[in-house]
Design a protein around this ligand. Structure first.
Ligand SMILES: [Zn+2]
Length: 478
């Protein structure tokens, strides 16, 4: 009965079932009236179903096989029930790179394509419009999004099963170009006659599992071409927040450190420490610099030793006055020529208006020698002291020192520098490190994810050709 039906009706429309012209096995079309190519399940003969005589497009050349998602399986994806009606396996010429393409059909929605590569799935819809530059350009714009070329290959059909609304057979070749903008992909496949453009979206493997529970699913490996980064937009947010926090930390740090330019306010250079006991010297007369006359301040300074009696320290040195225009930190650097000895400095910063005092202490000691032929040294002959949040005002510094260093003339030169507005950068670096450590990890993960993705591409993320493409093409003869 079916045979007679064929003979009487030339058009394929009403033919839902027929016998394979090669093996006589039954073939039932699922997209009746649409499919023009069908593959016999028994002998894999490719049949032109639009031809009233069921012309054989391709004789049986491969054993029929079971596809991972069986032809005829139905599953719901993106809210629509689809029936798997066709399957094509495609290879990139000269490589081991292959992928599966399932043709999905729904009588109301039409056709979709589901492609699988290394366990990663993409759901494609055919676009009925041209896209400028597709197949040629390295970047494309579609729906206001920029797509970057990912692969461009000569591909051939390695196996077909089921039925199709176009002519297809094993060995068909085409030029395929994929562009990605994760989770989307734009693909073009062109032959001499036509170009097909499809737009795809990455499908999480668990959705495929849910839609086709009886399918044999490959465990995903690596990163899919248009697989969205799991660190994606969230990662961008974290990195952006980190950058903002770092900016705030820098601004705060500069605000707290006074915003004053780093400036040397006072330098006391070459002032000798009058070393006692040296009974012959008369410290007050011989060593006091001009500023020493200021040594008659009230308050704390009263307790400082005077030079009237022999003592172990020298005359205090009083610096000239200086102004701190606003609250700032200060840093005192003291340098000596201590050599196998020590010196202690009692430093008092005095606010001339409020008489507030800021005592500081610096010790230096420097020893060196030879032990069993090995030289050693310990300590330093310089010291540094920080003082933070010193209010604005007019100040001077009283320096009182003692040392065990007996030089020939009973004096030990030292120099002292007081700087204001210095930024203690180490605090900022620690803060920045803490702020940026997590965004850094996220960035690294994103980078590593993207480099895995692009390791499957002949291109670089900027669309330029990776060097490896040339070598892979020359090796393709093997
Ligand atoms: Zn057959």
């Amino acid at each position: 009965m079916t045979d007679r039906t064929f003979g009487q009706r030339p058009a394929v429309q009403s033919v839902g079932a027929f016998q394979c012209p090669t093996c006589g096995g039954p073939i039932a079309l699922r997209a009746v009236g649409i499919s023009v190519t069908a593959v016999c399940r028994q002998c894999s003969t490719v049949i032109d179903t639009a031809n009233p005589n069921l012309r054989v497009i391709q004789a049986a050349n491969k054993k029929a096989f079971d596809t991972d998602i069986a032809i005829g399986t139905r599953g719901e994806l993106f809210g629509t029930m689809w029936e798997v009606i066709g399957y094509v396996r495609k290879w990139v010429k000269g490589t081991v790179y292959a992928w599966d393409e399932y043709l999905l059909f729904n009588p109301w929605e039409g056709f979709r394509f589901l492609s699988q590569s290394n366990g990663h799935w993409t759901f494609f819809k055919r676009l009925n419009r041209a896209i400028e530059g597709i197949g040629r350009n390295t970047k494309l714009t579609y729906d206001d999004q920029t797509y970057t070329v990912f692969n461009k290959d000569r591909v051939f059909v390695d196996a077909v099963q089921g039925e199709f609304y176009w002519r297809v057979k094993t060995g068909d070749e085409s030029d395929a170009t994929d562009y990605i903008c994760p989770p989307y992909m734009l693909s073009s496949e062109s032959t001499d006659d036509e170009i097909n453009i499809t737009h795809g979206v990455y499908v999480e493997p668990n959705l495929i599992k849910k839609a086709f529970p009886y399918a044999r699913l490959v465990t995903p490996s690596g990163v899919g071409a248009c697989q969205p980064s799991p660190h994606g937009s969230q990662g961008d947010t974290i990195v952006r927040l980190g950058a903002i926090a770092a900016g705030v930390a820098i601004v705060l740090h500069l605000a707290i450190s006074g915003g004053l330019p780093n400036k040397s306010v006072i330098e006391v250079t070459g002032h000798p420490i009058q070393v006692m006991p040296l009974p012959t010297s008369t410290p007050s007369a011989s060593t006091q610099p001009a500023g020493g006359a200021m040594w008659s301040l009230p308050g704390e300074t009263q307790t400082a030793p005077t030079a009237q009696t022999p003592q172990t320290d020298g005359q205090p040195v009083v610096t000239e006055s200086f102004t701190l225009p606003r609250m700032t930190n200060i840093r005192l650097d003291t340098a000596t020529q201590i050599d196998n000895g020590w010196a202690d400095f009692d430093l008092t910063l005095i606010n001339e208006t409020t008489q507030a005092t800021y005592p500081m202490h610096e010790s230096v000691s420097y020893y060196h020698g030879l032990d069993d032929g090995e030289s050693w040294h310990e300590g330093h002959n310089a010291a540094r002291t920080w003082l933070s949040s010193v209010p604005a005002g007019r100040y001077h510094l009283v320096i009182d020192a003692e040392t065990d260093q007996f030089s020939k003339d009973g004096q030990l030169p030292f120099s002292l520098t007081l700087r204001r507005g210095l930024t203690e950068w180490s605090n900022l670096w620690i803060a920045l490190l803490l702020i940026l450590i997590y965004p850094g990890i996220v960035l690294f993960r994103q980078w590593s994810f993207e480099s895995q993705r692009w390791s499957n591409s002949d291109f670089k993320p900027d669309g330029s050709r990776a060097a490896s493409i040339d070598s892979s093409e020359t090796e393709s003869d093997e």
